[in-house]
Design a protein around this ligand. Structure first.
Ligand code: SAM
Ligand code: SF4
Length: 365
């Protein structure tokens, strides 16, 4: 049985009531208090947008989706490519520099390479990244890189085919490996492997995954299970802390605390004991509150703005666009909503169960 985890929640707002987005007026453009870029009231500069392009997925990971899946949105409810391009122009105008495409499984969205090309050429955002389970990557790899994809995170919770199939409820590891090889051959600039660790499932196989990734020149990263959506049903004991993982990997790693890079998200990296060029990343989503470093904005496949991963609601930018709002009006809604972004997440709030309200497969991680 796991001990109780140290839970950090440093939200300065009253917890448990309201929404993590509190739209509040910000200083008007042209006045002294206006930040000049997309920022929140805590001074965080928001430059990184995670865009879910679909809420469909070909897998059913045990911590993300119920066995029968979740009802997928109707095609007309999901943002079209043209709507995505328009929204991203607005966000680029507000200083967003990076877009990560996610899902559901983003590769099940038809013509994803074409969308990536449109974002590069018509919006002008160059730092384009993708988070994928990679089962459908092999045939698309070359087209994605040619369209402008620069970085990819591939989710692999185990490199044992049977355990992989169990955790994904039917996934075929050989397709993922083919996808990894194809995207390496296509010359992508950066690849990371992400593994979510679940107690009683893959928690004793993490060293194997590290060695496997290093042997292929990849960066493995471990993510603490977040108690959101389907994972809330697994209970808090299913969460394996970064501290436990580091202990397990101690024979492979230098005796150092994880180093965070301000430009590269919530992961802290520890070098290998004997190979300083090899690293392992750790994302302490539960035990190490990374919110103070958060520079992210999220948009769901249906075009809802989410200021935080743990936020169940947010303004419908799709409805505003379909109601003929101007770009100026869209910018204002976005700026005001994100200015009110709370300082910390609220995964564990005594007496409040918001976990079941948040669906990772819709927000996209
Ligand atoms: N389908 C794609 C994939 O699996 O990479 C993209 C969407 S998935 C929701 C994005 C990431 O969220 C994956 O790395 C997945 O493992 C992670 N994820 C899903 N549910 C999670 C949870 N409860 N806690 C931590 N990570 C989670
Ligand atoms: Fe699908 Fe990704 Fe969720 Fe797994 S983690 S069910 S691959 S959306």
């Amino acid at each position: 049985m796991a001990g109780r985890l140290p839970i950090v929640c440093d939200s300065d707002a009253p917890v448990g009531d309201g929404d993590p987005i509190d739209p509040i007026p910000l200083a008007a453009r042209g006045t002294a208090g206006y930040p000049g870029w997309l920022a929140d009231r805590h001074g965080r500069h928001l430059r990184y947008l995670r865009l879910s392009v679909t809420d469909r997925c070909d897998l059913r990971c045990v911590y993300c989706m119920p066995e029968d899946g979740v009802p997928a949105s109707a095609k007309e409810d999901v943002l079209s490519f043209e709507e995505i391009v328009r929204l991203l122009r607005v966000f680029k105008g507000l200083g967003v520099e990076t877009v990560r495409f996610t899902g559901g499984e983003p590769l099940v969205r038809r013509n994803l390479p074409e969308l990536i090309r449109m974002v590069r050429d018509e919006v002008g955002i160059r730092d384009l990244a993708l988070t994928t389970n990679a089962t459908a990557l092999a045939p698309l790899a070359k087209a994605l890189v040619q369209a402008g994809l620069q970085r990819i995170n591939i989710s692999v919770d185990s490199v044992d085919p049977e355990l992989f199939a169990r955790m994904t409820r039917g996934g075929d590891l050989s397709k993922v490996i083919a996808g990894i090889e194809a995207i390496q051959a296509a010359g992508i600039a950066e690849i990371k492997l992400n593994a979510v660790v679940v107690r009683g499932q893959n928690d004793e196989r993490v060293a194997e995954l590290v060695e496997w990734a290093w042997a292929r020149g990849l960066v493995p990263r471990f993510i603490e299970l977040m108690p959101l959506g389907e994972a809330a049903n697994l209970g808090r004991d299913a969460v394996v802390s970064v501290a436990e993982l580091k202990q397990q990997l101690a024979p492979l790693l230098a005796d150092e605390a994880p180093q965070h890079r301000s430009d590269r998200g919530p992961a802290g990296y520890v070098p290998a004991r004997h190979h300083p060029d090899r690293v392992v990343g750790f994302i302490g989503a539960v035990t190490d509150n990374f919110c103070h470093r958060c520079n992210r904005v999220r948009i769901t496949a249906r075009g809802d703005l989410r200021a935080c991963l743990a936020s169940p609601t947010g303004a419908s930018l799709r409805d505003l666009m379909r109601a003929q709002s101007s770009d100026e009006a869209l910018s204002l809604v976005v700026e005001e909503a994100l200015y009110g972004k709370r300082e910390g997440h609220e995964f564990y709030v005594p007496g409040v169960d918001r976990h079941h309200a948040v669906d990772m497969s819709r927000i996209g991680g």
